[in-house]
Design a protein around this ligand. Sequence first.
Ligand code: MRU
Length: 349
Amino acid sequence: MRVQGIDYRTVWIKNDTIKIINQNRLPFAFEILDLPDVDSACEAIVRMHVRGAGAIGALAGYAMALAFKNLNINNIDPPREAKRKIEATRPTARNLFYATEKVWTAGMEGGYRKAKETAEMLAEENIAEGRAIAEYGESLIPDECHIMTHCNAGWLGFVDWGSALAPIYMAHRKGKKIFVYVSETRPRLQGARLTAWELTNEGIPHAIISDGASAFIMQNNKVDAIITGADRIALNGDTANKIGTLDKAILAHHYGIPFYVAAPLSTIDFNCPDGTKIPIEQREEAEVLFANGINQEGHFVSVRLASPGSSAINPAFDVTPGNLINLFITSQGFIKPEVISSLKEKCHV
Ligand code: MRU
């Protein structure tokens, strides 16, 4: 991704310190944070300085590697405890667990050097997968196309490129005319803040819509396709993604609009038979009751939106049944929901 003429990744490592773009400050400030150890990395995931399945996976991989830094082979309790801590940060995104498991195995075999190499390899893999999703997905996008997306599954949700936005970037770079409806994504506004910022940087025409406007837009405007990302895909194709995705899938079915989910194969949970077994993160009610932003003086502020005394419920994800998904756009090509389970052998997991 290029920001003010400089190439960045969402997450990277330099001199044994993890570096991240603080997504909680975007689009108002571009801030790089240093995460020198497992605890600071865990805090960054919990507070969503880094969010999005792919980016969380990359950060979790680097954090797991750091846990092997001063390994005493006669005492593997510290890296084991670090693994437990990292995996307790956010429960839904499969990529986090994919990364900790891979880096844990590498660290047990070859210590810090091998763990770090593996974390680096996973981050590179993430970029290559985004690029492949871009190439495959672009072929589904006709010229003069109107696409709706939800949450943020672009540069910031991965290490680079992204999943749901990657085909849109590729289509735009190939000269296709595209317009994107960006649903704001209450309560944390990943659509209004992050996707809108990315599309602005890429020069792609778009409009932010309130989440509740989706049905109206689908009923009255031209929406050619909906593309979202995924946090965890079960064997029957049921897919967890940001809360509000399910509404769009149901509406797309009603209005006959193709609903695509873009994700790398590392988002598939081959031990999860169906969506009822996907752990859904419940986040604090303050995210619903308050909103964060900047005031007219440019200072970050938090304001209460909801009636004082009322409480809130804040599930972070919902599960779209596989039968509402027309196609998965993966780094290995297009996959129908009903054949996800047959990939188990191929992926050697
Ligand atoms: O809570 P978030 O912002 O981490 O949720 C992110 C999403 O739901 C994305 O759509 C998903 O991770 C897919 S791709 C980054």
